[in-house]
Design a protein. Structure first.
Length: 98
C-alpha cells in the first residue's frame, strides 16, 4: 500500500538550497538531483519500512549518487510518511523538534 508523503516546513527550503548549489555547477546536475529526490520519495512511499530506524524512530533514505539523505517518520495509523528533512549527509546536530 502506498503511503502519502507529508513534508515538514523546512523540507522545501532544504531542496531549494541543494538545487541552487547544483545549478551553480550545472543546470543538468540540478535537474538530476530533483529526479533522484523524487525517485527516493517514491521508493519510501511504496516501501516505508525498507530503511532502518537510525534514531528516535526516524528512518534515513540515501539519495542515489548525491550526498543527501531523507529523514522521515512513519505514521502507521494515517498511512503517511512525514519527511522531516532532506539534508547534506555530513550535516551534524539535526534538531527536528520544530
Amino acid at each position: 500500500m502506498k503511503y502519502k508523503i507529508v513534508n515538514r516546513p523546512f523540507v522545501k527550503q532544504d531542496v531549494s538550497d541543494a538545487v541552487k548549489y547544483y545549478k551553480q555547477i550545472s543546470p543538468q546536475l540540478a535537474k538530476k538531483f530533483l529526479e533522484r529526490v523524487k525517485e527516493a520519495r517514491d521508493f519510501i512511499a511504496e516501501n516505508p519500512f525498507a530503511d532502518d530506524i537510525m534514531y528516535k524512530n526516524i528512518r534515513v533514505r540515501l539519495i542515489k549518487k548525491f550526498p543527501y539523505q531523507i529523514h522521515y517518520l512513519i505514521d502507521e495509523h494515517q498511512k503517511r510518511i512525514i519527511v522531516l528533512a532532506i539534508v547534506f549527509a555530513k550535516r551534524k546536530n539535526l534538531d527536528f523538534s520544530q
